[in-house]
Design a protein around this ligand. Structure first.
Ligand SMILES: [Zn+2]
Length: 282
């Protein structure tokens, strides 16, 4: 292969801003099998290496934090952890742990599951968490948009609900996971209007019915292009929602976006590094 050919084929740098590590869970194992993953810690590391994924942000749910922290410590420099809490059952001890973890960088974000747990992002019970987040510059991630459980309530996970919170706490950094899909336009407007709001683009083409899979993927690319033309790329981040999607397929998909190279770089890694990296380099 000629030398310049090699340069052309070099894979882009990537940070995965949304990933789950439920290697022991049967349901996740089945999903991973469908996607064709080597679904083990070693398999994940291999996938990340092969696809030039420098870092990944591990999502946790309440009770899973220690596992996430342990995992990230085992592979130094590869993973960040998003902690979690149930704002309706906040104890002084939970807040103390959150503060320690924020202060020493053990967690780089806090994820809240508004639609699943039935509260709005600007619920007063969440405020103690937000105060800590602002003190340490740690972003709050909300699951926004569609929820996989029929017990979830969509009015709490709609991206427009984030606007009230962004207005109330302009210094709080907020991330809308899944960019509120299917309400991408609403999410784009919330980002356009509020300097402190971001979105990850994970899970947008996962779990699709077979009949219109290809058509949906194509339309989603066009929808993504449209919202990027509207709200820009500065506040958008790539994510896989692994194990629902592979790194290879997701990166290939995003590389098809008809956007400027500089914007693709922001989405693939630069914005996530700024938001979660605490001065690290990749
Ligand atoms: Zn997820």
């Amino acid at each position: 292969m000629p030398k310049n050919e090699k340069v052309k084929q070099r894979k882009p740098t990537v940070i995965d801003a949304h990933l789950h590590i439920n290697f022991g869970r049967d349901y996740s194992k089945q999903l991973a099998k469908k996607v064709g993953l080597r679904y083990t810690p070693a398999g994940l590391l291999k996938d990340m290496d092969e696809n030039n994924v420098a870092r990944a942000l591990i999502m946790t749910v309440p009770g899973q934090l220690e596992d996430g922290k342990k995992f990230s410590k085992k592979y130094p420099g590869r993973f960040w952890v998003a902690g979690s809490a149930d704002p309706k059952n906040l104890s002084a001890e939970t807040l103390k742990t959150l503060e320690t973890d924020m202060a020493d960088g053990s967690i780089r974000a806090v994820k809240l599951y508004v639609g699943y747990q039935h509260y709005y992002p600007d619920d007063d019970d969440c405020v103690p968490i937000y105060e800590l987040a602002m003190k340490y510059g740690v972003p709050i991630i909300f699951h926004t948009g569609d929820c996989v459980s029929t017990m979830a309530r969509l009015k709490f996970s709609h991206p427009l609900t984030v606007d009230d919170l962004a207005f109330r706490f302009p210094d709080l950094k907020i991330v809308m996971a899944h960019m509120g899909n299917p309400w991408l336009w609403d999410a784009a407007e919330v980002i356009y209007k509020n300097e402190n709001v971001y979105a990850d683009l994970s899970g947008l083409v996962t779990g699709l019915p077979e009949a219109y899979k290809d058509e949906y993927r194509q339309r989603m690319l066009e929808r993504l292009e449209s919202v990027i033309y509207y709200c820009g790329a500065d506040h958008l981040m790539f994510g896989t929602d692994y194990c629902l999607a592979s790194h290879a397929d997701s990166i290939d998909y995003f590389s098809k976006l008809k956007i400027r190279k500089a914007d693709l770089e922001k989405i693939l890694w630069k914005t996530a590094l700024k938001l979660f990296g605490r001065g690290e380099r990749v």
